[in-house]
Write a protein that binds this ligand. Structure first.
Ligand SMILES: C[S@@+](CC[C@H](N)C(=O)[O-])C[C@H]1O[C@@H](n2cnc3c(N)ncnc32)[C@H](O)[C@@H]1O
Length: 226
C-alpha cells in the first residue's frame, strides 16, 4: 500500500533521513510514508493530532520522531551486548496519541517490540489499525492509563506527555529492573530535572537537530536509583 503519491514528501523524508545519518530500507521508507498518509486520513475522524498541515506533519511529527531513532538504535545495540539483558527489547511509548514516536520506532527498529499506550480508546484503536495496515507485528496499541500497566519494559519513552517527575512516577512500575526512560523534550528542561525525586537520575542528555525544524530538541535518558 502506498497512499501518499506526492513525491515531494518522499524526497523530503529521504533527505531528512540522510541528514540524521539514518539507514532506512525501501520498505521502511514506504511504511513511514504510509503511516503519514494514515495519520492524515484518520486525523479528520479521530482527532489524533492538532497538526493538520501535511508538510508540518512531516517535519513536526515524522522527522522529529525519526531524530530519536539513532539514539534508540544505539541503546538497543549496547543493551544487546549485555549478557544479562533479556533477548528482544520491549519498549512502551506513553501517551502515544497518533503513534508518535511509537509507530516510527516500530518501523525503524523491527527488533524492538513496541507498545503504545493511551487513555483515549480511539487513539489506541488507530495504533492497532496502523499495525495491521503497515504489517507491523512488533506494534501494539493499548487502551489504558500507564499507571495500570505492569510491564516489564526495557525502555519507556514519551514525547509531549508530562513533566519528567510525573512521567517517571506514573510509569515506574512498568519499567524492567535494568530498564531506562527515554524522554523527548524541546528546550533542555532544567526545572523539570530539578524537580525529580532523588531516586530518579538523568544519566545522559542528547541534543537533537531535526531537519527542517528550527527548534531546540533533546532526549533525556533516565534510570531509577536503588
Ligand atoms: C499531547 S499528547 C502527545 C501525543 C504524542 N506522544 C505526540 O507527541 O504527538 C498526550 C497524550 O497522552 C495521553 N495521556 C494522558 N494521560 C495519560 C495516562 N495517564 N496514560 C496514558 N496516556 C495518557 C493523552 O490521551 C494524549 O493522547
Amino acid at each position: 500500500m502506498s497512499v501518499v503519491s506526492n513525491t515531494s514528501f518522499e524526497h523530503a523524508l529521504r533527505e531528512g533521513a540522510n541528514a540524521l545519518g539514518l539507514d532506512l530500507s525501501e520498505a521502511q521508507i514506504t511504511q513511514l510514508l504510509d503511516f503519514l498518509a494514515l495519520l492524515q486520513k484518520w486525523n479528520k475522524v479521530y482527532n489524533l493530532t492538532a497538526v493538520r498541515d501535511p508538510q508540518e506533519m512531516l517535519t513536526h511529527h515524522l522527522l522529529d520522531s525519526l531524530a530519536a531513532v539513532p539514539p534508540l538504535r544505539r541503546h538497543v545495540a549496547q543493551r544487546g551486548q549485555d549478557s544479562a539483558a533479556r533477548p528482544g527489547a520491549r519498549l512502551l511509548d506513553v501517551g502515544s496519541g497518533g503513534g508518535l514516536p511509537g509507530v516510527v520506532f516500530a518501523i525503524c527498529c523491527p527488533e524492538v517490540d513496541v507498545s503504545c499506550v493511551d487513555t483515549v480508546a480511539k487513539k489506541a484503536a488507530f495504533i492497532q489499525q496502523a499495525a495491521g495496515t503497515l504489517g507491523l507485528s512488533n506494534l501494539h496499541g493499548i487502551h489504558a492509563r500507564v499507571e495500570t500497566l505492569a510491564g516489564p519494559f526495557d525502555v519507556v519513552s514519551c514525547r509531549a506527555f508530562a513533566a519528567l517527575a510525573d512521567f517517571t512516577a506514573w510509569s515506574r512500575q512498568a519499567l524492567a529492573p535494568h530498564g531506562v526512560w527515554l524522554a523527548m523534550k524541546g528546550k533542555h528542561p532544567h526545572d523539570e530535572i530539578a524537580a525529580l525525586p532523588a531516586d530518579v537520575s538523568v544519566f545522559h542528555v542528547e541534543q537533537l537537530t531535526v531537519p527542517g525544524l528550527q527548534a531546540e530538541r533533546c532526549i533525556l535518558w533516565l534510570r531509577p536509583v536503588a
